[in-house]
Design a protein around this ligand. Structure first.
Ligand code: GLY
Length: 463
């Protein structure tokens, strides 16, 4: 175990991860851009394994059989979507960095488990008695229970801290098709008293979500899911692992939230600095965290060639940006601010991702443009929505979808942004009904589309 007086910084964890696996024969492969190359099944790169998808299936050969990466990922749509959790939980972001080690038909479970354990407990010095693991119990997917992984874990972890879970927790797949397999997750227990044991029903990471932080997912890649849902065994069993840098930095620093780590706290602070004395009394942390996360996603997405617009990936970015801008309005940020927080992103991450520095001027221009456009209608849109909320008939369970359609069409409020604001007032919106109302509205009148170009196709919103 390495003795340290100060907790490691996120930069040190990132570097040590790459070194640890390089020392064990892994080739360090650079992060792929966030827009997947030649993969229409995927909205954004959502895991370290994406760039190796064809290597796992045997369709592509590489000159190495082991790889280590620090992959930028966005989970804001598609199968893995964390957008609605941002600001509400301490552990979710839309953009995060995934640390991963990969074996393409080389080592398998035993080494993956031993190395993950050694990295967490010896390199990072996390307390072994707080680590709890899960393995696949053989239910929910047509694959056998992973007794083998449970036995291997028993070398490191008492049986009482090895939980068995269904496919929902312990069978990983990239999307509806592609490489997949049973997985084993390593969680850190964050409670004050000793964790419960696996023989106590209703306990463990699956049931006591707030007491645990999931750190690392070890996927034992054994199958490829085909279009018709059948599972084809992969030519050679392989390893794909993913550990969120923000989460492991949280555990190492001993803080409660990812947003308190040196990866995100400077962005939260920047948003607060910009708001200054205008921050309303009693303002919560949530909006500042949303701004920090969304500015980071915005800067990286623009760097990788996504620009805010009306459809597909571009519309996801627009939704992310407009959510942040509107949160800013709630916490006293009444002048354009997103470009300034994005500048801080470039400053903070430019050494690790030099492409951010190369695109700094473009990020600045695009963010300013989007912010200025949305601000032209934001205040009026908020007034319209607040009035509709006041007039909402308390007996109706769901909010009027026609108002949500009008807010999109006239004020540029993405439907999901309206849903977020309504959620804050304990109201729900049937988003599908709102989209239908929007289609009807645009079909009839062509849509005024204050800043959306008018009558824009809404196909691809949620692709
Ligand atoms: N590919 C493993 C994970 O994303 O959890």
């Amino acid at each position: 175990m390495v003795e340290r007086n100060e907790p490691m910084t996120a930069a040190q964890i990132r570097q040590r991860f790459v070194e640890f696996f390089s020392e064990r024969g892994h080739t360090h492969v650079a992060s792929a851009p966030l827009v997947p190359r030649d993969d229409p099944t995927l909205l954004f790169v959502n895991a370290g394994m994406n760039q190796f998808k064809d290597v796992f299936t045997g369709r592509e050969q590489r000159p190495y059989q082991r790889a280590v990466t620090v992959q930028r990922c966005v989970r804001a749509g598609g199968k893995h979507n964390d957008l609605d959790n941002v600001g509400f939980t301490p552990r979710h972001q839309t953009l995060f960095e995934m640390l991963g080690n990969f074996s393409f038909g080389d080592y398998f479970k035993a080494d993956a488990i031993d190395w993950a354990w050694a990295f967490l407990t010896e390199e990072l010095g996390l307390p072994p008695e707080r680590l709890v693991v899960t393995v696949f119990d053989g239910t929910g997917e047509d694959a056998p229970a992973d007794d083998e992984a449970a036995e291997m874990w028993a070398k490191h972890v008492p049986k009482g801290r090895i939980y068995r879970c269904s496919a929902k927790e312990n069978f990983w797949q990239m999307g509806d098709t592609g490489p997949c397999g049973p997985c084993s997750e390593i969680n850190i227990y964050r409670g004050d008293v000793a964790p419960a044991t696996a023989d106590q029903p209703g306990t463990g990471p699956e049931h006591e979500e707030d007491a645990y932080l999931e750190l690392w997912n070890l996927v034992f890649m054994q199958y490829e899911k085909l279009d018709d849902g059948t599972m084809r065994p992969l030519p050679r069993p392989s390893i794909d692992t993913g550990m969120g840098l923000e989460r492991v930095a949280t555990a190492v620093a001993g803080v409660h939230s990812n947003y308190e780590t040196d990866l995100l706290a400077p962005l939260v602070d920047e948003a607060k600095r910009l708001a200054g004395d205008a921050i309303p009394e009693g303002a919560k942390e949530g909006p500042f965290r949303v701004i920090a996360d969304h500015a980071r996603a915005t800067a990286f997405l623009i760097t990788d060639g996504v620009f805010p617009d009306k459809a597909g990936r571009s519309y996801v970015l627009r939704r992310i940006m407009r959510r942040a801008i509107r949160h800013g309005a709630d916490v006293g940020l009444h002048e354009p601010f997103m470009h300034a927080v994005c500048r801080k992103v470039v400053e903070l991450y430019g050494d690790v991702y030099p492409e951010l520095r190369e695109r700094a001027a473009v990020i600045d221009e695009v963010v300013r443009g989007e912010e200025e456009a949305f601000r032209r209608t934001l205040d009026r849109g908020l007034r319209r929505l607040n009035k509709a909320i006041e007039q909402h008939d308390a007996d109706r369970s769901s909010f009027d979808p026609d108002v949500a359609a009008e807010l999109y069409d006239t004020y540029g409020f993405p439907i999901d942004l309206t849903a977020v604001i309504l959620r804050e007032h304990a109201l729900t919106l049937d988003e599908a009904a709102a989209e239908q109302a929007l289609r009807a509205r645009q079909g009839e009148g062509g849509g005024r589309g204050a800043n959306l170009g008018g009558g824009g196709s809404i196909s691809g919103y949620y692709s």
